[in-house]
Design a protein around this ligand. Sequence first.
Ligand code: DPP
Ligand code: ZN
Length: 860
Amino acid sequence: PKVIKLSEYKKPDYLVETIDLVLHLDNTKTLVQSTMKIKRNTDEVTPLILNGEELVLKSIKLNNETYTDYVHSTENHSLTLNKVPAEFTLMIENEINPEANKTLDGLYKSGTIFCTQNEPEGFRRITFYVDRPDNMAKFTTKIVADKKLYPILLSNGNPIARGDLEGGKHFVTWEDPFKKPAYLYALVAGDLGVIKDTFKTKSGRNVALEIYCDKGNENKCHHAMESLKKSMKWDEDRFGLEYDLDIYMIVAVDAFNMGAMENKGLNIFNSAYVLADQKSATDTNFYGIESVIGHEYFHNWTGNRITCRDWFQLTLKEGLTVFRDQEFSADMNSRSVERIQSVMGLRAAQFAEDAGPTSHPIKPATYMEINNFYTATIYEKGAEVIRMIQTLLGVDGFRKGMDKYFELFDGQAVRTEDFIHAMSVANNNFDFTQFKNWYGQNGTPLLKATSKYDEAAKRFTLTLTQTLPANAPKDAKAYHMPVRVGLIDSTGKDIASKVLELKETTQDFVFENITSKPIASVNREFSAPVKLTTDLTFDEQLFLMAHDSDSFNRFEAAQVVSTKLILDLIEDAKAKRTFELNSKYVEAFGKILADNTIDEAFKALSMSIPGEGVLHQEQAEIAYPETEAVRTFVKKTLATAHQDTLVKLYKSIEQKEYKLDPKSMGQRDLKNKCLDLLSYVEGGKYNSLAFDHFKAATNMTDEIGALTTIVHANSVHKDEALKAFYDKWKHETLVMQKWLTVQASASDESTYDAILKLEKDAVYDRTIPNLVRALLGQFVATNKVQFNHPSGRGYKLIADRLLELDKLNPQVASRLASGFKDFKRTPKVLQDLMRPELERIIKTDGLSKNVYEIVSKILG
Ligand code: DPP
Ligand code: ZN
C-alpha cells in the first residue's frame, strides 16, 4: 500500500463550491444524484480526479451535456475527467448498496435505520467527490424514501421543503448554510423515537434540540439531553462560543465504528454514548455520555467552523476538543477526579502506544490508512499538549488565544501551526518555537527531579533533567515543558508553588529563603505528559501520599510507591523467591482506608493498584503470569490485613436514594472497590457479601460491579449470577456488552472456551463493533494472561477472527491487530507462537491496508 506524506501536500486542483444531492433510499439500490458547481483552483489545466469507492456509475453530465471523456478506475477508487473547463456544473448519477456495506463507512444500515459515517474518507462511498477536508462546499440534500418505513428523514442544517410523492414515498430537503468538508456530511432515515427540548443561547436565539433513537428507548435519552444543554451553556461561559444553527440533532445507532461523530447539526452517536438509565447504565456510562456529548458539541467550533487542512492535522481538532471536553467534565464533576482519571487513561493507552511499534507524534508525517490514526496519541496526548499551552499562557491567556484563533481562521481549513500562531500573537508573541517539538516528535519524554538543600544559605535547588526516550527520532530535540512544582514543609504546608519552564536538557531552579528542608512535589496536576522519576525516599513518598495539597500528586505518590513495590516483587516471582509486601505500605494503605477526611471518590481512586498494562510498560521482557500473580498477591495481602476496615467502610455507605452527583458516584465506586478487594481474601470468605450485593442492586453500577467481582473471583455463585443477569438483560444489547466483557476479561483458563461459546450466543453479532470490542477486544486488551497463553491458542483465535472481520470491517479488524503490539517484548517462547500468526495475517490475499499497516509495523 501507498504511503501518504505530509511533505507532499498540494492544494486541491479543483474545489466544489456547492453540491446538491438527491438520494432515493433503497436497501440495496440507493440512487444518488449529485449536482456540483466546480471551479479550478490552479493555474494549470489538469484533469479532474474524483474519489469514489464501491460506486456503480450511471451517468455524467457536464454543463448539462452527456460527458464521456472519463476513466473510472475501481481499483484506484477514482473517476478521472480528462478535460474540464475552469468553471462548470457537473451532474453525476451513481448507485450504492447500503445493506451490503458492513464497513460502516459511508451510507449503511444499522438495523432498520439508514445512517452515515463519513470521517475521514467515507463520503467517497456515497458519491464521486473531491473528498478531502480542504474542499469546503455548501450542501443541500433531498432525501426520498418510503414514508411508512422511514417517516423521519434528516440531514445537516435546516429543513427547507417536504412533501409526499407517489408510490407511498415522501421527501425532505435540507440545506446547510455553512460551507463544510464532506466528512461532516450526514444523513439519517428511519422510524425513530425522539425527545425534544430547546436551548436559549446567550444572544437570545431558541435552538431546537432533538435526540433520536430506536422507538422504546426515548426514556433513556434524558441524560444525553441534559448533557447537551450543559455543553451549550459551558461553551458560552468558558469560551464565548454560541451555537450557530436553529436545530441540533443527535441520532443514536447500534452499529457504529467510533464513539460518535460531530456532523454539522446532525451528530450520529454510538448508542453506548446516548442511552442510559439508572437500571441499565453505570456511573462510568453516565460520565462518558456527558463527556462525549460535550466533545461532539464542542467540535461545532473546534472542528467544524474551523476544520483541518489535511488529515495530518487531525490533532488540531481532536487534541483541542478532548482538552475542551476534559475541562467541561472537570467543571461539571470533580476537577481532581477528572484529572486523575484522564491521566490514568493516558498512561494505560497512550504511553503504551507511544513506546510500541505504532508510536507516532501527535502530528504524524506519514500514514498508509488514516483510520489507523484515530489514536490515544492524536487524541489524549494531543489534549495534554493543548493543556501545556494553557499552563504556559494561563487560563486567560489561553482564552485570548482561542478568541484570536476564531478571529483569524473561522470558516477555514487550517494547520496546527495556525493554532499556535493565534495563541502566540494573542499573548505578546509568546515564543513557541521549541514547544512545537511536541507536535513532531514521538515517544514519552523522561523527566528526572533531584534536589539539594543548603541550610546555611536557606536555599533549595531543584534540578530537572529531561531525557528523550529510546524510540525518539535521531534528530529529536529537548522539549519546552511546563513543570508545576510545590515545596512542602514538614507540617505538610505549601511554602512555594510555581510553574517552572524547562527548556534545556538540565536546568537548576533555585528557591531562596527556604528556612527548613522541604519536600518537592513535582509535575503537579501532571502538568507535562512525561515519565517522572525523583530522588524522594520511600518515606518521603508516603509523606506526599498523606499531605500533598495537590490531589493529583497525592494520588500519584501512592502509585509510585506501589508500582515500585510490585515491580520488585515481579523480580522475586521470576526468581522464584518468596515474596512479602512492604509493611509500611500496607500500613499507609490502611490509613487511607480509615481516614474519614478523605472523600469517597478520592479514596476509591487511591485504592487502585497499578494495572497490568502499566506494569508491562516497565518490563523489558514482559512477565505475564508473574505480573498477574503479584497483583493478586498484593490485593490479597491488603485485603486480608484490612478486611475489618473494608467491611466497615462497605457497610458505612448507605444510599437512600439514587443520585448522580459526584458524591454519590464516589460512594458507589468506593463500595464496589471494597467489595472487589474483599473477594481476594482466602477461602471465598466474602463470596456471599458480593452475591448479596448483586441480588440487592438497584442500579447497574452495583449490579455489574458485583457481577465482575463474582466472576473474576471465580466465586461459587458465578454461574448462577451470570445466568440471572443474562435472563434479565438479554434483550438489551448495551447491557449484554457488559456481560460479555465481564467474562472475556476473567483471567482463568476457562475463559477461552467461554469465548467460543459466547460467540454462538444469540446476543452476539460480529457485524456490530460494540459486541466485537466487548468480547474479543476486551480479551486482547485486558486478559493478558489468557491472550498470551503458553499454548498460543489466544493468538490463533484472535488471528482467525481478525481475518474474518477484515473482510467485513477493516477498522474493527485493525484495532484487534494492535493487540499484538507487545510482540517484541514478549518472551521468546511466546514470540515463536505469535510470529507465525502475524505472518499468516500479513500474507493473506486481499488484506486491508488498515491491518497491513499495523501488522507490518509490529513485525518491524
Ligand atoms: N467522531 C470522532 C470524534 O469526535 C472523530 N471526529 O472524535
Ligand atoms: Zn473528536
